[in-house]
Structure formats: C-alpha cells, structure tokens
Write a protein that binds this ligand. Structure first.
Ligand code: SF4
Ligand code: SF4
Length: 468
C-alpha cells in the first residue's frame, strides 16, 4: 500500500469538531475532516496502523495499492489540464506606453524595464497587433474561450494628445472586431477616457487604492509629489455609476496594514462591498517589488539559481489582516477567499482542478510592448523574456515559445516531490526563465490562514463529503 505524497494535514482551528484535523489532497481534489489519530498515521506514514481507515482512504485516493496508481492519477490530471487549457481564451496585453504619470513609492518598473526607444506605439503598430490577434483567434484556434485584451503599461490612460489618440484607436479596433477589454490603470485620468469605453464589453478596470487618504497619498503620488487619493476615488465612483466592473487592488505591507479597517469601513459606507462580485472585485496583494529585486540580485550579482522560499513576512501580514477582520465586519467583507487561496472551496465547496502552471503567461498570454516587442508576461519586460516582435516584421522565437509552453510543474525537477505542486503550479515562469529562480510561496501557511477564516462557514459542506 502507498500513502499519496500529496496528502496534506491542516489544523482545524474552528470551534466545531475540535477533535478533527483537515486532510487535503490537491491532486485528487479531496478534502475531509479526519480524527487526530489518522492525521498522525498519515504524517508518520505509519502503514501498520492504518487498518480501520483503509477503506475510507482508498475510496478517496489518499491511499493507493501502488505508486503506479498515483502516477496514473498524475497522468490523468495532466491530460485534463491540457484539455481544459484549450477552453481558455487568449489573453493579450497591449502596453501603448511604458511611461507613467505617477511615481509610486514601491514601483520597480524603472529597475526591470528595458530602455525604450519610442514613448508610444504607433497607429501602424496597433493595426499590426489587431491582425495578429485576429489570426491567433480565428485561424490558429488553439484556444477556444473568449479572448480578452487588457490595456497595460506604464499607465495606459494618460490624457495627453498622443495618449488619448492611441488609446481611442486601440478601443475602436477592439470595438470593430468585438474583443472584450480590461484596463490596468491608476485611474487618475480615467474620467477623460470613460466615454470611449461606451459600447465595449469591459471586463474590468483594475484600480489600486492603498488605504485611507493620508496613507494612499504617501505611497501613490504624481511625478510632482501630489497625492492621488481623491482622483482614484473619483475614478472608482465613475466606474460604479456607469456599471463598469471594478477590480480594486490594495497592495498590503507594514505601512498600510493597520489602516485597512478604516479603508474597509469607507468602502462599506460607500456601499461598494455589497455590490455583486462581478461588479466589484477586490484583490489584496502582497508587495512583491522587494522580492523581485532580491531575485535579480541573487542571480546577477551572486550567481545563485534554484529555489527561493517566499518570505513569511507575507504570511504574517495575511494573518494580521484575518485577525483584524474577526472584529471588523467591513474588513471581513473586504477580505475575499481569493486572497487566501481557497476561493473555489469557499464558493463551490470543492477544491480546484490540479494546476500545472502558476499563471496564464506560460500558455495563453502575449504582451505587445510599445517598441514592437512581444513578451510572454506583462510583468516581465527584460531582454531574455522576449518572445519575438510584431513590428516592423512579425517574428517569433519558436525555441523560446516552446520553452514557455512546455513549462509545467510536473516536468520541473525542483517541484517533483512537493506536496503542494498541484495548488502551486510551479512558481512564476518569468522568474524561472529570466533568473533561474523557483519562487516557493509559503502555500501551506496561506491556505491555513484561509481555512482559519472560512472553515467555520464551509465546515458543513465539507462534512457532507463524509467524515470519520
Ligand atoms: S510546486 Fe511550488 S511550492 Fe512546490 S517546490 Fe515547486 S514552486 Fe515550490
Ligand atoms: S510569469 Fe510570473 S510575473 Fe508573469 S504573470 Fe505569471 S506569475 Fe505573474
């Protein structure tokens, strides 16, 4: 007999069933409450004591007759993943410029971006991008889901003559060919563009708000040092009024964490936390700028490559947010299961399908930069992450493309024996390809925080799965 190497034991810190732990297997998508005795047996791999639990464990694929059975389950998961991938839509990011009207305290773009010759892409370039997108969507048909174009940057919505002209041109092209559109923007000049989005299928405006005014303004300010809070709030208000979906992003760190309850109460008073999920989404994000620079330094100056563990600073921050949320209903509304890695478990009562890559960049996303370059990932604009060019001529480095497409957690030796691989997906491909760094996020701790917050609300559903 063989106990799955993907069995993971989490604590049950809810008041119900205190004599049980939580057993999870992200390969087989199973979650159960189990007695401490069985948790100990699994942790110590003590097959001699397994007798009374045998049937339950085999039935739920926590225990196999041989390792070959688990290897078959992994092959099935791989096949299922690639079938599902075909149903996804392409994600195209268009960065009309890498310039930005802000100078946020934690921005690292200047340090990682390649120097750019042209400030804005030209109309001719947009024509070329649209043709490539149409070819990929209608001729290549490698992915059948609806494609999405996202305006990215720098800041895509800057109300200069050039900025307005090129954005309107891109939006008109999207309108003509019926492409849904998303925007990642600081929102400060959104009012000057909002009418241009009429008649378009807007998927989301992602706008960052980092706290109440006195905090946000210290972190997100213009090149002249002027705080952007009022303009950011006005942009969100405008989107809500027009029924345009908002993805509110809050980058959390030591500087703003204690002000989150104040921010959440403000959002709640506005009524935004009660809007339907499709109209008002929230992403609590970790500040990764320091980490990315650390990885670059490791590779470039210290010659290191290999695994790097995510800092537990981020876990501490998540724990603090979840603690504060227990006594603040607005913050509890703001804290979404997505931020804690258990959204599918919360919303649908089931674990997500095994994940073989961390993000869409490995397979379905292309980023068009203002100087004619194509990148695989919108965040990775370093020279070694170039996939090819769309202008002046279309050319793709097939070898590089294959490298991205073939990256999957089940062929990554660094991840071979990791129990978390089917929830992690094998880390950021951009860091792996660019710096040879495998970034291991502290997944156990993040999911544990998620279970601590949400288990009391979903425990009955899990119990319905059967428990011992
Ligand atoms: S699967 Fe994720 S957590 Fe596991 S070793 Fe790979 S990168 Fe690290
Ligand atoms: S490759 Fe890395 S940085 Fe790029 S989208 Fe994926 S996870 Fe994010």
């Amino acid at each position: 007999m063989y106990l799955s190497k993907y069995n993971i034991i989490f604590d049950n810190n809810s008041a119900e069933y205190p004599e049980h732990k939580v057993l999870v297997n992200f390969l087989n998508r199973k979650i159960h409450l189990i007695p401490h005795q069985l948790a100990d047996i699994i942790k110590t791999n003590n097959l001699n004591e397994i007798g009374p639990f045998n049937e339950f464990l085999i039935e739920n694929s926590y225990l196999y007759h041989s390792t070959a059975d688990e290897q078959q389950a992994e092959r099935d998961a791989n096949e299922f993943y690639h079938e599902k991938l075909k149903e996804e839509g392409h994600q195209f990011f268009i960065s009309p410029t890498y310039s930005c009207n802000l100078n946020c305290s934690y921005c690292y773009q200047d340090k990682v971006a390649m120097p750019r010759e042209s400030e804005y892409m030209t109309y001719d370039m947009v024509d070329r991008i649209t043709r490539i997108i149409q070819d990929k969507v209608t001729i290549e048909k490698a992915h059948t889901g609806p494609p999405v174009v996202t305006l990215f940057g720098g800041e895509p919505l800057m109300a200069t003559k050039k900025g307005k002209g090129i954005v309107r041109y891109i939006l008109n092209k999207c309108r003509m060919v019926g492409l849904p559109i998303g925007v990642v923007t600081n929102g400060t000049q959104l009012d000057q563009f909002i009418d241009d989005f009429k008649g378009l299928n807007v998927v989301t405006f992602q706008i960052t708000l980092d706290g109440p005014k006195h905090i946000h303004d210290q972190r997100r300010f213009s090149r002249q040092g002027e705080g952007t809070y009022d303009k950011t709030i006005a942009a969100i208000e405008l989107c809500v009024e027009r029924g345009m979906p908002v993805m509110l992003k809050t980058v959390i760190d030591e500087q703003n964490i204690d002000h989150l309850p104040e921010l959440a109460e403000f959002l709640d008073d506005k009524g935004w936390l009660d809007l339907e999920d499709e109209k008002f989404m929230i992403q609590l994000a970790e500040d990764i700028s320091g980490f990315i620079l650390h990885c670059m330094d490791l590779t470039e100056n210290q010659g290191y490559s290999g695994k790097v563990s995510g800092s537990d600073k981020n876990v501490k921050i998540l724990k603090r947010v979840s603690e504060m949320a227990k006594s603040n209903t607005s913050l509890m509304k703001m804290l979404r299961p997505e931020s804690l890695g258990i959204s599918q478990l919360f919303y649908r009562g089931e674990l997500p399908p095994p994940k073989l890559s961390t993000c869409s960049a490995s397979h379905i996303s292309w980023t068009f930069a203002p100087d004619g370059t194509i990148f695989a990932c919108p965040g990775g604009v370093a020279e070694h992450l170039v996939l090819g060019r769309y202008y002046p001529e279309f050319e793709i480095n097939e070898e590089r493309l294959d490298l991205w497409h073939s990256r999957a957690v089940d062929n990554n030796p660094e991840c071979e024996n990791c129990a978390y691989k089917y929830i992690c997906g094998g880390s950021c491909a951009s860091l792996a390809h660019g710096f040879d760094i495998i970034y291991c996020r502290p997944i156990h701790d993040i999911v544990q925080v998620g279970l601590d917050v949400y288990l009391p609300r979903i425990i009955n559903r899990i119990r319905e799965n059967g428990m011992l």
